[in-house]
Design a protein around this ligand. Structure first.
Ligand code: AMP
Length: 143
């Protein structure tokens, strides 16, 4: 199974924000969409950064409420780990575990084509385990 299976189910929409938006605007977007990270895009949908709720909390702990008027660019991570739709789900899980982050943007020919969160991966894995379990039960019942 590959990342494509997850995107086919959940869709390819990805909420983005500009690097010069404020952290208050970013927090509003996260809240509105009930998500944990935003991708920062430049020209031609190229990914230039990622901002997760943890980055906002980090800035708040340093600057207090004044953090909210700071630009997204001041808090985002610029070295973004991405994947493609052809990556296998076990490989993606491995990368998320190694790097200890919960979001991975998906690229298609260098352009943003979706995002996968640890929640999406876990949901997919649970469904897969349930299918295996049902298949085994049926096998035993009909053997
Ligand atoms: P998360 O666990 O996704 O909330 O993110 C934890 C930290 O890792 C934050 O500083 C994020 O900016 C950063 N981060 C999240 N996803 C990625 C990614 N795909 N590539 C690089 N850094 C990331």
């Amino acid at each position: 199974m590959t990342v494509r299976a997850i995107l086919t189910l959940k869709g390819r929409d990805c909420v983005t924000i500009a690097p010069d938006a404020t952290l208050a605007e970013a927090a509003n977007l996260l809240f509105e969409h009930r998500i944990g990270a935003l991708v920062i895009t430049g020209p031609e949908h190229r990914v230039v950064g990622i901002l997760s709720e943890r980055d906002i909390v980090h800035q708040l702990s340093i600057l207090g409420g004044g953090a909210l008027t700071q630009p997204v660019a001041s808090a985002m991570t610029r070295e973004v780990v991405t994947c493609t739709e052809d990556e296998t789900i076990p490989d993606l899980m491995q990368r998320m575990t190694t790097h200890r982050f919960r979001h991975v943007p998906v690229l298609d020919r260098g352009r943003l084509a979706g995002i996968v969160s640890i929640g999406d991966v876990v949901k997919h894995r649970v469904a897969e385990l349930e299918r295996e379990h049902d298949a085994l039960k049926e096998y035993i019942a009909t053997a």
